[in-house]
Write a protein that binds this ligand. Structure first.
Ligand code: 3H9
Length: 709
């Protein structure tokens, strides 16, 4: 067994090194060994002070997140870290925590139990537990306000954002920045303070006094806005408030109660699922670190429209020189003006320096020709969503691009194999589906065709990371993972308004469920003209006699394209603020009446169930067909691409929390009412529901099968 904690001596200073790769989490064994090492230092007569440091690239990234699931399932007893940290604070010899990389969650709580903290300039400290649906559970909500004050502690515990080293010193969380070698600096510091009595954080009460109640009210108001629907940020605020009302011991007890409440919540299970799912998406069976990747030093983008412009900015933001090509000067000028305007707005908000903007713009070469495309390592096509147009572009690229150039299409739904068939090198053709606005949205869906080579996949996955994206691999089918599922989702929203729900009711029901926006608001944002073009492209697949939504086409025909024309499902003012549109409501009612659709009061729960379960049912088919590698990949696609609330874990995990049997029963009810064409349950859903299993268990078993095969 490798030693999780090492005890050594540097003359009169004991050096305790935590060595639990990759991030020195406080896994079982670490706190116990840490406690034993402190006791050893206390007993060692030669030792005057103690330095606590992390091996590798970080201090301590917190409790071991994998343990929480085991505790909740009863596999492991819940273990409090408080007594271990108390041993550090009670040490009669001063303990100095030397922080590099991250001190997060239980890591910062450990550092705050030490008597002093020194920090490397690039390090960060934070209490990110709320991002896992938890609160600090090892005294963080009690010690942090004692060091940093109530307002800073509220910010850090309720929002979960880390604080950089200089801010940590300014806030009183750390005592000194160490430029140069951290260990040397920490040893020097330890010798400087060795003779002073060790100060205990829990005794420092001066920053707790005079905290006004309105500070907590304001924090709650902010938390309700930013973490809409979430419990953990509010629990974190309650715990920090307890620090101002109770003794340290009672405050810790209150914190433990709140921590426990959060630990057993679906919110925490969902966010922990999302944490690991986000890290699992990059693991592709058959692709390893040894798989060859092509280095992307130069890129080219075809099309300077909304998508092409956003993709161009994404490359420039990552420091990769990029050519952007258009067919006409005015389109190119329009595209470049939008890019300049977007960067300018970020500079105006103070989030980018003018110098950085100028540098990014200098990386972009706008042009009307294919000059320089022969040197590009990747070419991303972002032209009009039409198969023939795209094939023509790829035919051209095949003649120009060097053999090891990745040929990527930004198609959101078209057949990658068809596109690849226009080239003589289908192994280099791949989908790179960015989401709009491409420079902002975190999701990148990589689509592999039948012939796409491993190298092109591995290159795209690595590139996605470099571009700052969460990159999910999808198989080739109409709409891939994201848009294949969004089809039924928006269809149900449209059916529901035809059956009697108002546009606002549908949007509000899903917004209140936690979605970033309602489905019809999303349709208005994407553009009803875009939806219309996609429907036209796939009209031939429409089965005769099957119900189809009627109103979207009529809105399009009236020139109501959504936000861009100020009218769509809703009306929009100059600031794009929506309001109900009486004309749309009238059009919906008239159309439904003419089509003989019975109008009724639709309950909100039906809106949620029909929209969300249509996602789940399609997701189950996508999973079964192997279009998505894991249910978690679908969840990540929806969290990062479609504004699904992370605290519900994504559509598949949400279904797991409802219980697949319950989901199946409801889908069967919809099948009876609305027909098998839309609602026949996916075979995988039936199987898992009958076996009493979950999508998440299916993931784990699938992964195990791949690993052992
Ligand atoms: C807590 O502390 C509660 C306390 O109050 C105590 C209560 C009693 N545990 O992200 P990366 C794994 S709650 C277990 O790819 P990066 C991660 O899964 C905790 N595993 O690297 C991945 O594994 P794999 C509060 C962890 O450099 C590998 O490490 N702390 C943990 O981009 C590399 O991770 C947090 O919420 C963990 N705590 O980012 C911090 N952390 O290679 C969560 C990471 O098998 N972690 N792993 O896929 C992070 O924010 C980032 O991982 C970090 C590194 C910034 C540390």
């Amino acid at each position: 067994m490798p030693e999780l904690v090492r005890y050594t001596r540097r003359d009169d200073v004991a050096l305790i090194t935590i060595d639990n790769p990759p991030v020195n989490a406080l896994s079982p064994g670490v706190p116990e060994s840490l406690q034993a090492a402190i006791r050893q230092a206390e007993a060692d007569g030669e030792v005057k002070a103690i330095v606590l440091i992390g091996a590798g690239s970080t201090f301590i990234a917190g409790a071991d997140i994998r343990e929480f699931g085991k505790i909740v399932s009863g596999e492991r007893p819940r273990l409090s870290l408080l007594p271990f940290l108390q041993t550090i604070e009670d040490s009669s010899k001063p303990v100095v925590a030397a922080i590099h990389g991250q001190a997060l969650g239980g890591g910062l709580e450990t550092a705050m139990s030490a008597h002093y903290r020194v920090i490397a300039p690039g390090a960060q400290v934070g209490q990110p537990e709320v991002k896992l649906g938890l609160i600090p559970g090892a005294g963080g909500t009690q010690r942090l306000p004692r060091l940093a004050g109530v307002i800073k502690a509220l910010e850090m515990c309720a929002a979960g954002e880390p604080v950089k080293a200089h801010d940590a010193v300014a806030a009183g969380i750390a005592d000194r920045i160490i430029e140069g070698d951290l260990l040397d600096g920490a040893l020097t510091f330890a010798r400087e303070i060795a003779s002073a009595p060790p100060p205990k954080t829990r005794d420092r009460e001066e920053k707790l006094r005079n905290a006004l109640p309105m500070v907590f009210d304001f924090a709650r108001e902010q938390a309700r806005k930013k973490g809409r629907g979430m419990r953990a940020p509010l629990a974190a605020i309650d715990a920090v408030q307890a620090a101002t009302q109770m003794s340290f011991e009672d405050g810790c007890r209150r914190e433990a109660e709140l921590f426990n409440e959060c630990l057993y919540s679906n919110e925490s299970k969902a966010l922990i699922h999302a944490f690991f799912a986000e890290r699992a998406v990059s693991k592709i069976p058959g692709i390893s670190k040894e798989t060859k990747t092509f280095e992307i030093r130069r890129a080219a983008v075809i099309g300077a429209g909304t998508m092409g412009g956003g993709i161009t900015m994404t490359y420039a933001n990552a420091g990769i020189p990029v050519i952007v090509k258009e067919t006409a000067q005015d389109a190119l000028d329009r595209g470049m003006n939008t890019i300049r305007k977007n960067y300018g707005a970020t500079v105006a908000k103070g989030r980018l320096s003018q110098e950085a903007m100028d540098h990014r713009l200098s990386l972009i070469t706008p042009q009307l020709t294919y000059d320089g495309f022969e040197n590009a390592d990747i070419i991303v096509e972002a032209v009009f969503e039409n198969l023939e147009v795209k094939k023509e572009v790829f035919r051209e690229l095949d003649k120009i691009a060097k053999p090891e150039c990745v040929l990527a299409s930004n198609t959101s739904s078209l057949n990658i194999d068809e596109i690849a068939s226009a080239t003589t090198r289908p192994q280099m053709v791949i989908g790179n589906h960015f989401f709009s606005p491409a420079n902002v949205m975190k999701l990148l869906e990589i689509v592999r065709g039948k012939a796409t080579g491993k190298e092109a996949i591995a290159t795209s996955m690595a590139l996605g990371k470099k571009l700052g994206k969460v990159t999910v691999l999808a198989g080739n089918c109409h709409g891939f993972i994201g848009n294949r599922m969004v089809g039924p989702y928006v269809r149900e929203a449209q059916f529901l308004v035809e059956e009697g729900a108002s546009v606002e009711q549908v949007n509000d029901a899903l917004y209140n469920f936690g979605m970033a926006m309602g489905p019809l608001a999303m349709d208005d944002l994407a553009g009803l003209d875009v939806g219309w073009a996609i429907r036209k492209e796939f009209e031939r697949h429409q089965k005769p006699g099957v119900r189809k939504p009627l109103v979207a086409d009529l809105l399009y025909e009236q020139g109501r394209f959504g936000q861009k024309t100020g009218r769509g499902w809703s009306k929009y003012d100059a600031n794009r603020k929506p309001s109900a549109d009486a004309e749309t409501a009238e059009l919906i009612e008239k159309t439904a009446r003419q089509a003989g659709i019975e109008r009724r009061n639709v309950p909100d729960q039906e809106i949620i169930d029909r929209c969300i379960y249509s996602l789940v049912n399609e997701g189950a088919r996508i999973l079964e067909e192997g279009i998505a590698l894991r249910a978690g990949d679908i969840d990540i696609t929806y969290i990062y691409g479609y504004g699904f609330p992370a605290w519900r874990g994504g559509p598949m995990f949400y279904a797991d929390t409802v219980g697949l049997k319950n989901v199946l029963d409801r889908i069967r009810e919809f099948e009876r009412k609305h027909g098998a064409e839309f609602w026949s349950p996916a075979p995988l859903l039936i199987r898992l529901a009958e076996e009493g299993r979950t999508f998440e268990q299916f993931d784990i078993e699938k992964e195990a099968a791949v690993l052992t095969s």
